[in-house]
Design a protein around this ligand. Structure first.
Ligand code: HEC
Ligand code: HEC
Ligand code: HEC
Ligand code: HEC
Ligand code: HEC
Length: 458
């Protein structure tokens, strides 16, 4: 529908909203809005079709409908009754319009309007006029005719625009990407802080540079139009908001976002293997693997790291293909072998028992994740069998999954969902169909450096 009258009609809708919101703004505090003060994202799509197409299917658009989140929310809901926890804690980040318009509680979603179910959506994000800090969603909203953004020269006939530089700062994302326990204040997730303390913050590479441009590991220009009725721009920020979720996106049929998540994961880390290519019978053979976070502007993994898992699988074979060492494999139930180092965070409850439920967390038992541009070295060893034949070949694969299979089985029943295991990096690098040449020669040289670190750059 390309009717020239559409913008006018939409202007009227916006004008009507403006009147409503002025009234609401006077009453001030959160919980005093109504959800019809927020436009559904489909309305923005009339002029911001690209932004809409990118956002639609993202974990922001699914922040409320995400079945994994919903299952945890229902567990939280039960806990609130006995433990005096605030019932809207989770929803402030996952279903923000529902909270500010008092459609939450109840937590079963029965009072939610359609616009609230859109989760972290257009008009919510572009109604944030100010923030009171970092973490636990301290946004201050002014829904209505003004759409806030970072551009000072944006002009639209259908809504006012207001520029706030905060839209181009990590602090904007930091509102929700740092999570603190609502009672004991324990840090439960700290993507913002991890970034803030990293070299990326110093270099001015913010969340938006990697998550709102095609760049993945840094800013990359995206020329085009921010609105179909607006001017050509040298750069327009994208709205895919992709991170690492190839599990829920897959199950929910968001294959574009699933594919992008895999791409992000495959830009985050590099492996170097230091292993001999031959050994004497009965010799103790040492293999060292260095895992470097080369691409993520925060730790790997980040976010809800009580669930996320990253680990190394190492396979060593002799020249006849016999296995000499194998660690980090999954068993038939999808459990990682217990000797393996899993990079994640383990919380403990008030009795010191490990828990995966954020609201039960009292202390951090362990956190071995790898910081931005930092590395971890794993040492493995095995005894060379009598009958093994040289050459030894070593293969290392860095895996990621969104949650332990066990946890998902517990929530949904065994066999309901298989959590995909994504290969973030392999060494030696897997044969790619593209560009032989320097890559191949480099690999050959690297492989010939027997005992030296084999550094295979992607
Ligand atoms: C009738 C067309 C139309 C509709 C509908 C529309 N916009 Fe816009 N919007 C524009 C135009 C035109 C611009 C200016 C683009 C430019 O200058 O590059 C704009 C700019 C913006 C900006 C940029 C402001 C900045 O400072 O960067 C934001 C944010 C925005 N719109 C949000 C929204 C949201 C949210 C909705 C839905 C609630 C919406 N718009 C609906 C036409 C529209
Ligand atoms: C999580 C919050 C969030 C959501 C959801 C969101 N935006 Fe944005 N949007 C931003 C931020 C932040 C920027 C500014 C990025 C920057 O300048 O670094 C932005 C920029 C924009 C711009 C200006 C782009 C440019 O480069 O000129 C438009 C237009 C826009 N958004 C529209 C939309 C529409 C339409 C939707 C829904 C389909 C949407 N936004 C959803 C946070 C959001
Ligand atoms: C209102 C709170 C809120 C704000 C503001 C916000 N986010 Fe999010 N974000 C969420 C929630 C909630 C999720 C997780 C939804 C889920 O998985 O159920 C999420 C998920 C993500 C993901 C993960 C997707 C994946 O594949 O794992 C990325 C990346 C992301 N946000 C980036 C950003 C960036 C960049 C900004 C700032 C421009 C931002 N977010 C601002 C609440 C927010
Ligand atoms: C230098 C680029 C870069 C910067 C800066 C960056 N990220 Fe990321 N981010 C990535 C990459 C690459 C991944 C995929 C690997 C991973 O999971 O860490 C990712 C993953 C994520 C995920 C999904 C993590 C998971 O395992 O569920 C979230 C959420 C996220 N980023 C949010 C943010 C926020 C918020 C900021 C700013 C405070 C930010 N990122 C800054 C590159 C970046
Ligand atoms: C301060 C904001 C905030 C609060 C409060 C919050 N979350 Fe989240 N939640 C996020 C963000 C951001 C992500 C995405 C991080 C990532 O991708 O690793 C997320 C991701 C999740 C995920 C993973 C979803 C997936 O698809 O992999 C679950 C489950 C979840 N949250 C449950 C909860 C529950 C239950 C609560 C309340 C006890 C809660 N969250 C409170 C911001 C929040």
């Amino acid at each position: 529908m390309k009717s020239p009258r559409l913008p006018i009609i939409i202007s009227i809708i916006f004008f009507a909203e403006l009147i409503v919101s002025t009234v609401a703004a006077e009453s001030g505090s959160l919980g005093n809005f109504t959800s019809d003060q927020f436009s559904k994202s489909g309305i923005c799509s009339n002029c911001h079709g690209s932004s809409f197409g990118e956002w639609d299917g993202s974990m922001h658009s699914n922040a409320d409908s995400d079945f994994f989140y919903q299952a945890m929310l229902q567990e939280y809901s039960v806990a609130t009754e006995s433990q005096g926890l605030s019932p809207d804690f989770c929803s402030r980040c996952h279903t923000p319009i529902g909270v500010v318009s008092a459609e939450i509680p109840p937590l079963d979603g029965s009072h939610l309007s359609e616009v609230s179910k859109e989760g972290v959506q257009c008009d919510f994000c572009h109604s944030v006029a100010e923030s009171e800090g970092i973490g636990n969603a301290p946004f201050i909203l002014e829904p209505g005719d003004v759409k806030w953004g970072n551009r000072s020269d944006a002009e639209s006939a259908s809504h006012e625009t207001e520029a706030h530089e905060f839209y181009n700062e990590s602090a904007y994302c930091g509102m929700c990407h740092n999570i603190y326990h609502p009672v004991n204040n324990l840090t439960l997730g700290a993507t913002y802080t991890e970034w803030k303390e990293s070299p990326y913050a110093e270099e001015g590479v913010n969340c938006q540079a990697c998550h709102m441009t095609p760049g993945i590991v840094g800013f990359e220009e995206n020329p085009g139009k921010a609105a179909s009725t607006g001017p050509e721009r040298e750069h327009v920020y994208t709205h895919y908001f992709v991170g690492a979720n190839a599990f829920v996106t897959d199950i929910m049929g968001e294959s574009r976002h699933e594919k992008r998540a895999i791409e992000y994961l495959q830009h985050a880390a590099e492996l170097e293997v230091n292993a001999p290519d031959s050994a004497e019978p009965n010799e103790q053979v040492e293999v060292e693997v260095k895992i470097t976070n080369v691409g993520a502007g925060h730790k790997i993994p980040t976010g809800v790291t009580e669930d996320r898992e990253m680990w190394l699988e190492l396979i060593v074979e002799d020249s006849k293909g016999r296995e000499l060492h194998h660690s980090g494999a999954l068993d038939s139930a999808g459990k990682i072998d217990s000797e393996t180092t899993v990079y994640h965070t383990v919380f403990a409850d008030s009795e010191g028992k490990p828990t995966i439920k954020l609201w039960e967390a009292e202390i951090i038992l362990s956190d071995n994740r790898i910081g931005p541009r930092e590395f971890a070295v794993e040492k493995h060893s095995f005894i060379m069998p009598e009958n093994a034949s040289n050459h030894i070949s070593t293969k290392a694969v860095l895996h990621y999954r969104s949650a332990p299979q066990e946890h998902i089985d517990e929530l949904f029943g065994e066999g309901a969902y298989k959590v995909p295991v994504i290969d973030m990096a392999t060494c030696p690098e897997e044969e790619k169909t593209s560009t032989p040449g320097i890559g191949t020669i480099g690999t050959l040289i690297a492989l010939s450096l027997g005992g030296a670190f084999r550094r295979l750059k992607r």
